[in-house]
Design a protein around this ligand. Structure first.
Ligand code: PMV
Length: 360
């Protein structure tokens, strides 16, 4: 598949107005995407993520035909409140995808969105938000082509979501999604996410993710800036090679159910992501003292109990605590008694693996 495969044939149907609502989840990467090509969110290395279940964005997209077809026209609302500060990001997204959705300037759009997690939780809503919006747009296109899409609906939605926010392309399906070309993953592509196509051991079914909200403030460094810091980064090439190797290794781990190997790979990936930020120029430390407290507590708990709990991190201070379903009760007890004290206002979100977006 190439980019031009996503340009539709002339539309055969006309529609004046309507609306579609989709909910789409967030995802948490096990092998991280950090660093892209100069344009269009083409990743430098393949990544793989668990799709989440509870953390999601619900977006209603209403559209009505307009006279003037020269510009994009839309309003955005978050929890019923007009959000003009969201507009530049969406305008950029529309510009990037217009080639693939040539109806965009024909309509005025009302985008009404809400998140299941608090807006200021430090949890990025770009993956869930951009994938939900991409799906709503695809629902319109499906009508315009009279149901005769020449291309897979989810694949194109993932392709479009990627142009909004790279990791968003991994949010449409579950429970594991790979994005980025890798020789061992049949059908993998830099252009869109694909459902992980191989056998997964029972140990990884219904895996749990409790997100500890350590710092709910604005991100210190946007991911766009972060990815760009990998250009000319002294360790970039080694990092991209490592991610390729980790993707190869995780395939065996997911098949065999080797939880110790899973822990080693996932924690190393999280720390490597932060190491890349610490060694770029300019450099950043996105972990907070409480992030380290939590990591040390998890290591001590594992050591003393033999638990298979582990952590991963996004580009921020919050900690994703990952554990198998059969440890749900004991790990949650540990989180409540020993880790919640390191969370801002004691807040955390109990989540688990999910199965992707839904048309409502
Ligand atoms: O999708 P972006 O551009 O916000 O990048 C996300 C990058 C990480 O969350 C740090 C890693 C990942 O693969 O999700």
């Amino acid at each position: 598949m190439t980019e031009t495969d996503f340009i539709p044939k002339p539309y055969s149907k006309h529609i004046e107005s309507g609306d579609f609502t989709w909910s789409s989840p967030s995802n948490i990467a096990l092998v991280k995407y950090w660093g892209g090509k100069k344009q269009d969110q083409i990743p430098e290395n393949p990544s793989i993520s668990f799709t989440l279940d509870y953390c999601k964005t619900t977006t209603k997209l209403s559209f009505s035909e307009k006279e003037n077809k020269e510009n994009f026209s839309f309003d955005v609302f978050l929890d019923n409140e007009k959000k003009d500060d969201f507009k530049p990001k969406i305008e950029t997204f529309f510009k990037r995808v217009e080639r693939y959705l040539p109806f965009l300037k024909n309509y005025h759009f009302k985008i009404e969105t809400s998140n299941s997690f608090p807006h200021s939780s430090g949890i990025a809503s770009s993956a869930s938000g951009m994938s939900a919006l991409a799906l709503c747009l695809m629902s319109i296109e499906k009508v315009l082509v009279n149901d005769d899409l020449k291309i897979n609906f989810i694949q194109k939605a993932s392709f479009l979501a990627r142009l909004g926010s790279g990791s968003a392309c991994r949010s449409l399906e579950g429970d594991l999604v790979v994005w980025g070309e890798h020789e061992d993953v049949v059908g993998s592509s830099d252009l869109f996410g694909v459902k992980y196509p191989f056998e997964v051991h029972e140990n990884f079914k219904n895996y749990q993710d409790t997100i500890l909200l350590v710092d709910k403030g604005e991100k210190q460094v946007s991911s766009t800036v972060g990815h760009n810091l990998m250009h000319g980064h002294p360790f970039a090439q080694q990092r991209f090679e490592q991610a390729n190797k980790n993707l190869k290794d995780i395939k065996n781990i997911l098949k065999s159910g080797d939880l110790d190997a899973f822990i080693g790979l996932v924690e190393s990936e999280a720390l490597t992501l932060h190491a890349m930020m610490m060694t770029s120029m300019p450099y950043f430390i996105l972990m907070k003292p409480n992030t380290l407290q939590i990591i040390n507590k998890i290591w001590a708990f594992r050591e003393s109990t033999g638990s298979k709990v582990c952590f991963t991190l996004d580009a921020g201070a919050n900690v994703h605590v990952l554990y198998p379903e059969n440890e749900a009760e004991s790990v949650l007890k540990f989180i409540k008694s020993e880790l919640v004290t390191f969370c801002q206002k004691g807040e955390y979100i109990i989540d688990k693996i999910g199965f992707g977006a839904k048309l409502l």
